[in-house]
Design a protein around this ligand. Structure first.
Ligand code: SF4
Length: 371
């Protein structure tokens, strides 16, 4: 489960309306949720549900599925019913799939107004259907598919163009008294993206779905997303996030969760505080940190474990952590809650840390700390 209470909020959150994506509240002070998108053919129900199960296990809270064909639309009802987390149907081009997704019981529908012909004329019916079923809509504007009129007006997908597109579509829904909306204005350039969301946040109170679109392969995409989300979330902007990587979707979730934990918007689980090593190191810090990380993988309690290469900062950091080691002279001083509990030979550091971590985790579980 995900802890409800932010532990160390970096700033006041922007005040936004709240919508419900199935059981997950988005906006209105709800914890920032992490979402991802399946890469399977949606019509392959088994494979899609399998991937959703993996995403759920990795901590994903909301999942989006593409719906480019009638077969995909036909699969939505089963997927929505059997998924452990709320399913959002992602619709481009064909308004008929918007209705199909709403009928199928999807927790929300994402529409891209730039990619749906005569979208504006269909808004009334969409608003009515969504209202009847209590289905929120994400207006998902994307730099790569900006409304042609706005592309002509602004020359390219500027922040102003993205915001104008989103707010125009929202105003059409508002005309039909429909406000169960969240908005995204994605761009692949974090600078444009940050500015777009900043402007959007000032001009409306809808909850915002953050995303850097087409962010790239894992390394580049992780950095782009972390920088952009960090800039926005640190100003209180953003209610749900999706990291887009050219990598398996569970990786996106891991990155998303780490971003929220780094900003104190979600309670940390395991944290390894390890030094970068330097000419003073008396132990192979990289290897030690990797082995400790691997040994403690999946630990759910908020445990801070320090792995330090020598005695310069070692004892200090190790003392600040729940558990730590400061290495030196072929030995490791093991700290628990600030006290040296023992000194072990280098070959025993990893197993001793893991052993002590398990004891602490058990204690924390009994005390009801953690998720
Ligand atoms: Fe270097 Fe020691 Fe600091 Fe690690 S803890 S970076 S080995 S001085």
């Amino acid at each position: 489960g995900v802890p409800e209470v932010p532990v160390r909020p970096i700033t006041e959150r922007r005040v936004s309306r709240r919508i419900q994506v199935g059981p997950v509240a988005v906006g209105g002070g709800a914890p920032v949720s992490v979402q991802s998108m399946t890469t399977t053919r949606t019509s392959d129900i088994g494979a899609t549900l399998q991937q959703i199960a993996e995403l759920t296990a990795s901590g994903c809270q909301i999942v989006r599925v593409a719906c480019p064909t009638q077969d995909d639309a036909d699969a939505l009802a089963t997927i929505a019913r059997k998924s452990q987390i709320p399913v959002i149907a992602d619709i481009h081009f064909q308004p008929k799939y918007v209705f199909a997704a709403i009928e199928a019981g999807c927790a929300a529908v994402r529409v891209n107004p730039g990619n749906i012909k005569q979208f504006d004329d269909r808004v009334k019916e969409i608003a009515q259907a969504a209202k009847d079923h209590g289905t929120p809509i994400r207006i998902g504007v994307n730099a790569g598919s900006l409304d042609r009129r706005l592309l002509q007006k602004y020359g390219k997908a500027t922040p102003e163009a993205l915001v104008e597109s989103a707010l125009w579509e929202a105003s059409l829904f508002e005309e039909h008294e429909f406000r169960d909306i969240k908005i995204s204005v994605k761009h692949n350039d974090p600078v444009v993206m940050i500015e777009a969301y900043r402007q959007l946040a000032e001009q409306c109170d809808y909850p915002l779905h953050l995303g850097v679109t087409e962010a790239g392969p894992a390394f580049q995409g992780t950095i782009k997303s972390a920088v952009a989300f960090g800039a926005l979330l640190s100003r209180g902007i953003g209610d749900t996030i999706r990291v887009s990587l050219s990598a398996p979707p569970a990786e996106e979730v891991k990155v998303g969760i780490q971003i929220l934990e780094s900003l104190g918007l979600r309670q940390r689980r395991l944290e390894i505080v390890s030094c970068p090593s330097c000419g003073r190191a008396q132990v192979d810090v990289y290897k030690l940190a990797d082995e400790v990380t691997a040994g403690l993988e999946g630990m759910e309690v908020p445990l801070r474990v320090a792995v330090m290469g020598c005695v310069v900062n070692g004892p200090g950091e190790a003392r600040e952590a729940d558990l730590g080691v400061a290495s030196g002279n072929g030995k490791g001083q093991i700290f628990v809650k600030g006290e040296v509990i023992k000194t072990v030979p280098e070959s025993k550091i990893v197993e001793t840390l893991i052993e002590e971590a398990m004891k602490l985790a058990e204690q924390m579980d009994q005390d009801g700390v953690g998720p």
